[in-house]
Ligand binder design. Sequence first.
Ligand code: SF4
Length: 390
Amino acid sequence: MTVNLLDYDLEAMTAFCEGLGEKRFRAVQLFRWIHQRGARRFDDMTDLAKSLRSKLADVAVVQPLQVLSEHRSTDGTVKWLFDVGQGNAVETVFIPETDRGTLCVSSQAGCAVGCRFCSTGHQGFSRNLSTGEIIAQLWFAEHSLRASGQLLPGQRAIDNVVMMGMGEPLQNYSALLPALRTMLDDHAYGLSRRRVTVSTSGVVPMIERLQQDCPVALAVSLHAPDDHLRDSLVPLNKKYPIRELLAACRNYLTAAPRDFITLEYCMLDGVNDSVEQAQALVQLVQTSPHNRALQGLPCKVNLIPFNPFPASGLHRSPPDQVKRFAQVLQDAGIVTTVRKTRGDDIDAACGQLAGEVQDRTQARERLALRRIDVPVVSATAAAHQRGPSP
Ligand code: SF4
């Protein structure tokens, strides 16, 4: 049986090489060929002995994900849909900005958390991605963007990774951890801890694990200032209520590479966007050096425009309401950003493209069971036929 070397962080690669009777520096060489130079074929790894190359070809592969579709926006945003088998697909988005290139990476096919405003959550959970499938998204994006010829020699395309794609990364911790370590490794992508962000809906025990194992930047999907509302928007809140979540965040800050936690807040018209709710959010996170009883949280708040999808029954907050909400936070001294929508001409709510693949596959399977011939429509063709999102 062959192994996929994208599944290995440097420690695992070293163990693998030692199993072949090779020294650690061979693992470093392999790691650099794969992640820094984007090599897939062992024959291209010219500074490895021929005997080692042929040994590797017998027992290992560098197995990327198959691209189902690629959409390029006029603003430079690129969205890829990757096949992860059995009718499942995951999305990865590259967002270029003047000072950095950000990649939004998926950790699961579907998601079990089931947030009310999330298209991925509505699809339900299919499976965890492997480490190789998580890192393959970065591997592919980095090397295909470099190959596009738009970068200067030696310049890297991606210097910021956010685990904010499909899935709850902290519910796939054993695969996530080696992927994070590979992102940070100087022999691979060499990203700064401050430039790798794990976004969670609030899996409290795993926030504590991440703090011990690999403290990168942390973002928390809050979306509500009180437990009653958050219970209905983020069902995980019933298990880990806001008080416990904020305590875990405060504790995380003792090891975090930044001195604040990012709070994500999806603005939902008439649900969580009133001035009173903004004031309640201020109360929740406000800290005071003079009053230790005031247990707030040093944070930045990121207000996110909702991407509507029919099954949600929810609507995007009007811009004026977002402004009023943001003003309350800013007046209280909380750094607040309103996320720009990017790639509007190619976009659908996160998870919608993948949902289409799943729906189509399930429809084919249902029809196949009835022994009816179905024309196979490629995901690429179907996705390109969809018009711009609202
Ligand atoms: S918002 Fe995140 S955690 Fe919630 S359902 Fe969507 S993918 Fe899962």
